[in-house]
Design a protein around this ligand. Structure first.
Ligand code: C2E
Ligand code: MG
Ligand code: MG
Ligand code: MG
Length: 277
C-alpha cells in the first residue's frame, strides 16, 4: 500500500509523527517536574552602548539543565512549553527569579542595571498578566524601573486595544517595554506611535549579513531613523563582529547585544560591584 501512496499523501499513523508527539509529551512532563526543582536557570547577556561598549542592561535567557540530556537551549523546550501552556507558569517563574535578584542587588548597594525578561505571547495574553506582574513586584520589592519586558511584535499586534491598555498600565507602574525581534512581524508606524514602547530590538537576521547585504543595511538605517523620530531606543541583536559594530554606529544605532560583547552566562547575578559613593 505504501508504494501506491503519492509523495504528498498524508499517512494517518505516521510513526515519525507519533514519535514526535510522544517526545513532546514526555518533554512536557519533565518540564512540569523541572519547574518544581532547580533545573531551570537563567543566563544573562549584556546589552551594551556600541560606542563605549559599556553595559547598559542585561537580558535574562532561560536554560534547562535536563537530568539526562544536559543543557538545553530554549529552542529545544519552549515549543513544548508553549504547546502545553506551561510557558505561562515558566514565564512567571523567570520574572520572579529576576525580581528577587534585582531586589537583593539593590539591597546590597550594587550598581543599578536594568534587566530584560522575555514575555511569551501566551503569557502576555494571560488574564492575570498585569495582576501577576504587580504581585511579583510587590512581593519581591524589586524597583519597577529596573525591569524591562521584551514582547514580540506579533504578540503586540494580536489585539491592539487590549495591548494598548496593558502597556499603558505597565508604563504607569514604571516598567520599560521593548519590542523583541523587530522587523520580523508586521507592526506599522501608526501602531508604534500609539503604544508606549521604549525600545526596538532589531532582529538578528538583519544584522547577520550586514557587511555584505546592502538591503539589510538599508532596513537597519530605516528602522534607526524611524526610531529616532519616535524617540525610541534601538538595540541591534546578534552583533558578532567589530565590522558590524562599526556599521551600526555609523547608522546611529546606539546599543547592541551579541557574542562580540558577551555570551549569555549562567550566573546568580550578572553584576556585583557595589557602588562606592
Ligand atoms: P531572543 O529574546 O531574541 O534572545 C536572543 C537570542 O539570541 C538568545 O538565544 C541569545 O543567546 C542569542 N544571541 C545573542 N547574541 C547572539 C549572537 O551574537 N549570535 C547568535 N547567533 N545568537 C545570539 P537563546 O538564549 O537561545 O533564546 C532564544 C529565544 O528563546 C529568545 O530569543 C526568546 O525568544 C526565547 N526565550 C529565552 N528565554 C526565555 C524566557 O525566559 N521566556 C520566554 N518566554 N522566552 C524565552
Ligand atoms: Mg529577547
Ligand atoms: Mg530578540
Ligand atoms: Mg531574536
Amino acid at each position: 500500500a505504501s508504494k501506491r501512496r503519492g509523495k504528498n499523501c498524508i499517512a494517518f499513523f505516521d510513526p515519525a509523527m507519533q514519535q514526535e508527539a510522544s517526545r513532546l509529551m514526555q518533554l512536557e512532563e519533565e518540564l512540569r517536574a523541572a519547574l518544581g526543582r532547580r533545573e531551570l536557570v537563567l543566563a544573562y547577556q549584556p546589552i551594551v552602548e556600541l560606542s563605549q561598549q559599556r553595559t547598559v542592561a542585561y537580558e535574562a535567557l532561560i536554560r534547562w539543565h535536563h537530568p539526562r540530556h544536559g543543557w538545553l537551549a530554549p529552542s529545544e523546550f519552549i515549543p513544548a512549553a508553549e504547546q502545553s501552556g506551561l510557558i505561562v507558569a515558566l514565564g512567571y517563574r523567570v520574572l520572579e527569579t529576576v525580581c528577587e535578584m534585582l531586589a537583593a542587588a539593590v539591597a546590597e548597594g550594587c550598581e543599578r542595571v536594568p534587566v530584560a525578561v522575555n514575555i511569551s505571547p501566551q503569557q502576555f495574553r494571560d488574564k492575570r498578566f498585569l495582576q501577576e506582574v504587580e504581585r511579583i513586584l510587590a512581593q519581591t520589592g524589586a524597583p519597577p524601573g529596573l525591569l524591562e519586558l521584551e514582547i514580540t511584535e506579533t504578540s503586540l499586534m494580536d489585539n491592539l486595544e487590549s495591548t494598548a491598555a496593558i502597556l499603558d498600565e505597565l508604563q504607569r507602574i514604571g516598567l520599560r517595554i521593548s519590542i523583541d525581534d523587530f522587523g520580523t512581524g508586521y507592526s506599522s508606524l501608526a501602531l508604534l506611535k500609539q503604544l508606549p514602547v521604549d525600545t526596538l530590538k532589531i532582529d538578528r537576521c538583519f544584522v547577520r549579513d550586514l557587511e555584505v547585504d546592502e538591503g539589510d543595511r538599508q532596513i537597519i538605517q530605516a528602522v534607526v531613523a524611524m526610531a529616532a523620530k519616535l524617540h525610541l531606543d534601538v538595540v541591534a541583536e546578534g552583533v558578532e563582529s567589530d565590522a558590524q559594530r562599526q556599521w551600526l554606529l555609523a547608522f546611529g544605532c546606539r546599543c547592541g547585544q551579541g557574542y562580540l560583547f558577551g555570551r549569555p552566562q549562567i550566573v546568580e547575578r550578572p553584576f556585583s560591584g557595589a557602588v562606592t559613593a
